[in-house]
Write a protein of this length. Structure first.
Ligand code: AHR
Length: 318
């Protein structure tokens, strides 16, 4: 009799611990709690990404705890630690920079809370620190931008590059993809490259400086639309015509970028899709249920010329 009671008590205790979210799945009511540590609100892309995550969590019935790190890694680490303390069922985040995550991800692993990377990767030797990584292939995006330039330049071409946040996966990978592609033409030279931190004001400031220090700029490669849009302001203020005197290539394809492409001020945009919310919620449900998921899920994306932007713009969701 005593043995039966002890066994029953042990079973109750185990169920209670599991329901607390320590790696054993959703709470009793079946509701999953997700802690999401966002990069910030640096760009139109990011705003669309945040909206997609918040709306998808709501429609998937997932309880979302959301934090904005204001582009600071220490804020993201703090947020992740607080999600671990709160024993959420799953943690998702878009890492501001690639390196420096092993300790906090190990803490999540020890607490048996699965982690999903969205949008940006971490640089770690231990791939067991996260369940899956959902996001774009940034090297491929850089290659597409470089390919357009290879096909559309004529004669010696001086390029200035507006880089994203230093140390961030999209900044590193887009630079690599673009650089590797254009090096097949000895005519194309990157004459200056500097970070604009993925912001419009950063892009404007850096472009103003480039216009002063570089006498002959043919092309701007901006690693996102916002920096490209900032560069347009600087080019116009310097009395030049963007899209004509200086060609502009950007990445993202958010509404304002697509508008500038339609107007002929930007020449080509490589798409980076921010609407990751629905796929993220699906993956989260599977991971919390203990189902296998692919370790890498690559987002589907396209590219836009001026004509394609004019057609796509009326139905653009972001
Ligand atoms: O990580 C995705 C990049 O981050 C987007 O291209 C950019 O706009 C954002 O800030």
């Amino acid at each position: 009799m005593r043995k039966t009671i002890t066994t029953a008590l042990a079973a109750v205790l185990l169920t209670a611990l599991t329901a607390c979210g320590s790696g054993g799945g959703a709470a009793d009511d079946g509701k999953i709690t997700m802690g999401f540590a966002q990069v910030g609100a640096e760009s139109g892309w990011r705003t669309a990404n945040t909206k997609s995550i918040q709306e998808s969590a709501k429609s998937a019935g997932i309880d979302l705890k959301f934090s904005d790190a204001q582009q600071k890694q220490e804020n993201q680490i703090k947020a992740i630690r607080s999600y671990i303390q709160q024993k959420v069922d799953v943690i998702a985040f878009s890492p501001v920079v690639e390196t420096g995550w092993d300790n906090v991800l190990l803490e999540a692993k020890r607490a048996k809370i699965p982690v999903i990377l969205t949008d940006r990767a971490v640089d770690s030797d231990d791939e067991t620190l996260y369940k899956t990584f959902l996001g774009s292939d940034f090297i491929e995006e850089g290659k597409k931008a470089g390919k357009w330039l290879l096909d559309n330049h004529s004669g010696p071409t001086n390029v200035v590059e507006l880089e994203g946040t230093t140390g961030a996966a999209p900044a590193i990978d887009r630079k690599k993809g673009f650089g590797d592609t254009i090096k097949s033409s000895p005519e194309i030279k990157v004459v200056a490259s500097q970070t604009g931190d993925f912001t419009r004001s950063g892009g404007k400031q850096v472009m103003e400086a480039f216009l002063k220090s570089q006498p002959d700029i043919d092309v701007v490669f901006a690693q996102n639309d916002d920096m490209g849009l900032g560069a347009l302001e600087a080019i116009k203020a310097a009395g030049k015509k963007p899209g004509v005197d200086i060609k502009v290539i950007t990445i993202d394809a958010v509404h304002d970028g697509m508008q500038a492409l339609s107007n002929g001020e930007i020449n080509y945009i490589v798409e980076c899709n921010p609407l990751l919310g629905p796929q993220l919620m699906d993956l989260a449900k599977k991971v919390v249920a203990g189902e296998d998921v692919p370790h890498r899920v690559v987002t589907k994306e396209t590219t836009f010329t001026q004509e394609q932007a004019k057609t796509a713009l009326p139905d653009r969701k972001y």
